[in-house]
Design a binder for this molecule. Structure first.
Ligand code: ZN
Length: 504
């Protein structure tokens, strides 16, 4: 089965920040998980580069829009690499291959009779690169997002007949109740559609930095239309000499809630107009809010994602944001919250379990995992974790799946406390029992690490190597599915505790 997952493409004018990292990591977790299951995965991210804000910023700096886009796109490419994302392609909307397919699709929308010439008059926010209705404005004439005063603009544009797709969109929503999730976002998009749709501008007249309208090169295609099409165009040229469209389309989109209208209303209508299949699904996530009041002694009061990755490893950021905030909703993160979860969960519950288990097998069994059946009660408790994680990730419940895994980590810690292997080691008659306990711990660590692998690829990779069981395929993700007998390797301390900085 093919699995095509996308992030929004990031606007090159922005500074790369935690929000960009958040969506990229989420998509990466899903991509890595589906690869574990042997699915044919394609993971796309990239940069959105056209439009007025880029043209204006370039003019201010006295460089060409192309130079600015080249420079800034590189920063997002760096961010994607920095969070360990395994994207299969990085699209740039200034790629000539993208521009060519955008023109083809827009021409098809035109040929199918869904475009007409008109005059746009209304408020335009250059920072959003979006027109605003009177109802959306705040304080009479300000952008509701940027709170800047907007000018009333008037220009001759080509228009897309979005209004003609009201009924087809309503039918799409009726037929596919899980097309947009979570449910609250589905309801929001549907109610927007039911209010009645207005036609939207498909082109801009005064701008040069964009894709020319194929039948009227005095205009460029509106940046949102151009950008949305990236999900479709990328497949046509991501692999040299190969068109992947039939293999991977339609896509599954991950987006932030601020771009819901574009993805859940305008985008499917554009695809219908071009007679292209609409996306498989759209998952909408919320915002990570910074709680600056919960200070950490060692990290200060604001989390800098780059500092966290530099000091504690990329995995810790990947873990923390999905552990702390339920993916889909809004939630607060804080430096103190990071420190607490790091010490309590990564250092104590996972890292310490790993180092103790390896040390005990080293000391009591010469570093070879006993080959013996696992404890039955523990086996019963840990049965089905892999299936539940899979079910949750199938509906993009990234936090729920992590909770399932962490419940297993805690069960293993309780098992150590209950069994007290260091006591069994002093009793010769308990040798079989100790074999069983040590096997169960090594096997427990192994299977939770396979399940955690999409979240924390680096540290779980090292631990699985040390356990002599590097296989991360999903068929090995059940407790008890790997036999004993493996010889352990070395493991550097995984998550050394954060000690509070000495008071100044
Ligand atoms: Zn705005």
């Amino acid at each position: 089965m093919s699995f095509y997952i996308t992030t929004p493409i990031y606007y090159v004018n922005a500074e790369p920040h935690l929000g960009h990292a958040y969506t990229t990591i989420a998509a990466d977790i899903l991509a890595r998980h589906m690869r574990q299951r042997g699915e044919d995965v394609f993971f796309l991210t990239g940069t959105d580069e056209h439009g007025e804000p880029v043209a204006q910023a370039a003019e201010r700096e006295g460089i060409s829009p192309r130079e600015l886009a080249d420079r800034n796109s590189e920063r997002f490419r760096d961010l994607v690499a920095r969070v360990n994302a395994t994207n299969d392609f990085f699209i740039r909307t200034s790629d000539p291959q993208h521009e060519r397919v955008v023109q083809e699709v827009v021409q098809r929308i035109y040929d199918n009779g869904h475009v007409y010439a008109g005059t746009y008059e209304g408020y335009y926010c250059p920072r959003c690169a979006d027109f605003k209705t009177e109802a959306e404005l705040v304080d009479g004439n300000k952008c509701p997002i940027h709170l800047i005063v907007l000018e009333r603009e008037k220009e001759d544009n080509w228009f897309f007949k979005l209004s003609a797709f009201q009924k087809p969109l309503e039918e799409l929503y009726a037929e596919r109740p899980d097309w947009v999730t979570p449910q609250s976002r589905y309801n929001e998009a549907l109610s927007f559609i039911k209010q009645g749709l207005n036609d939207v501008s498909l082109s801009r007249a005064r701008l040069r930095w964009g894709v020319p309208v194929p039948w009227d090169t005095s205009q460029v295609i509106y940046v949102w239309i151009d950008a949305l099409l990236n999900y479709y165009t990328a497949l046509s040229y991501a692999r040299e000499g190969e068109d992947l469209t039939d293999r991977y389309w339609p896509a599954r989109h991950l987006i932030g809630k601020d771009i819901l209208k574009f993805h859940a209303v305008i985008w499917p209508a554009m695809l219908m107009a071009a007679e292209i299949e609409v996306p498989k699904s759209i998952f909408v996530h919320g915002y990570l809010l910074m709680d600056e009041h919960k200070m950490s002694k060692s990290l200060g009061n604001v989390i800098d994602p780059f500092e966290v990755m530099d000091r504690f490893g990329t995995d810790t950021l990947r873990f923390y944001v999905f552990r702390e905030v339920n993916f889909g909703g809004d939630g607060s993160i804080s430096a103190a919250g990071f420190e607490t979860r790091y010490n309590a969960e990564l250092a104590n519950e996972y890292g310490n379990l790993a180092s103790r288990t390896l040390a005990m097998i080293g000391r009591y069994r010469d570093g070879v995992v006993p080959d013996t059946p696992a404890d039955e009660v523990l086996s019963a408790d840990l049965a089905g974790v892999d299936a539940r994680v899979r079910e949750k990730l199938d509906v993009v419940d990234i936090t729920g799946a992590l909770e399932e895994i962490w419940t297993a980590v805690r069960r293993l810690n309780r098992y150590v406390q209950d069994e007290q292997p260091w006591k069994l080691a002093k009793d010769e008659s308990a040798a079989d029992r100790l074999d069983g306990v040590l096997y169960a711990l090594a096997e427990g660590l192994r299977f939770v690490s396979v399940l955690l692998h999409p979240y924390m690829p680096e540290s779980t990779g090292k631990l699985l190597e040390a356990l002599g069981q590097p296989d991360v395929s999903y068929s090995s993700a059940a407790f008890g599915s790997a036999p004993g007998g493996a010889r352990l390797g070395e493991l550097a301390p995984m998550f050394p505790r954060i000690e509070p900085a000495a008071a100044a």
